[in-house]
Write a new protein. Sequence first.
Length: 454
Amino acid sequence: MVNIRVITKGAIIAIIGSFVMQCASVAPVKELSDARQEIALAEGEEAAQHAPDELEASQESLVRAHDALAAGENDAAKTAALAADASATKARLDSVGPYTESMAKKAQELIDQAEEAYAEKLASDDFESAKSLKEKGDTAQDTAKDTAAKAADTGDAVTAIQSEQILTEYRDSYQNYLQSQEAASRARATALAQKDELLSSLSGAESILEKARTYEAEKTAAEEYGAAQDEIQKARDLINDDKLKDGAMSIAKSEELARQALEAALPAYAKKRKAEADLAVGGAKKSFTSYKRYGSKAEVQSIGEFVRAADEALVASGKNLGDENFEESISESDEAIRLASIISEKTGTQVVKRETTDEPSPEGWKTYKVQNRRPADTLWRISGLRQNYGNPFLWKRIYEANKDKIKNPNLIFPGQVFDIPPKTGPVTKPAKTEEEPVEDMNGDSNNTDRENVE
């Protein structure tokens, strides 16, 4: 038989009463959780710096709450937990304003750094996002300040509802600032990753300036040529210093200066080249006049075609020169000189050649140790040193000769030693030849250090 326990009405009442008594002193789990969360928020909002006394009081109250809980004193634990929560809230109200201001300042600094890295062009999505989030943070911060000011105007203590509203609005503000900082950092990193591409875009200005150099701009437009050279190096230095926006502006300026150098050099060079063409064609025609006395009819007729073509090129050169179409004039002069050279070759004479302005190439190889200085050494600057080439456009020769030491031509480091090849010729350094030892009659190598034992 199964025993069935009969619970009387009185027993039921006793059980219910015991349960109610236990509920009255239940552990304050929620209160402790709320206090811990509020203290964590206060610590995150730099209360240790802006409200240290209130933060310390909240932490001490939380410790007392845990001690009381461990002792089974639930009511005392609840009271201490509520005190910890209140002190932490007070600490937050005192610190959240300055903390939000510091977050706003940091966001703006990172946006400025991203802008300096030209993120507005090279990483536009993240950059625009960073600015938008910063504006949202500013709006939320203004709202929080207004709410706090209105609460203070009442003259009474800030109510729990007002406190929650103020803290929520400030938190919304600084979370936007935090996201703005992250977006700005991403934008800057993305922009800087394209540094090498921006450096390579300097080739446009360099090619224009190299063209100006072939037109002797170093002599006839020295001021403009020097300004363009300096601006190209300035652009390179700015980009290497992560100032990509200023570097991009400097690239554009260097291209303009290079064009100015080219335009300044063109008139004088066109006139010089026209004079050289006149001389070359004149000399070739004289040779042709002499050649007609003994050349065959067919050969004279063939060479005569070249003479007529040379005259036409010479006329076109003069017309373009008069119309200030300098590059066209130079091209026609070059053609006239080319034809004059053919005429002279066919008639057995030598055409009068233009004088060269190139300096003789340095003999042999040199070495150069990269210096630690400002502005930093670059291959462009090293190549431009008078002791090396005196021409920065030859930097690629140094790069080609030192590929085993240079992984990226835009990144060289103080202390590196580079081989500097001659201005012309191969960029591969010839291998050293070692003298083979001279053997004596007995097959032993001569040794100058060997002692004479005789």
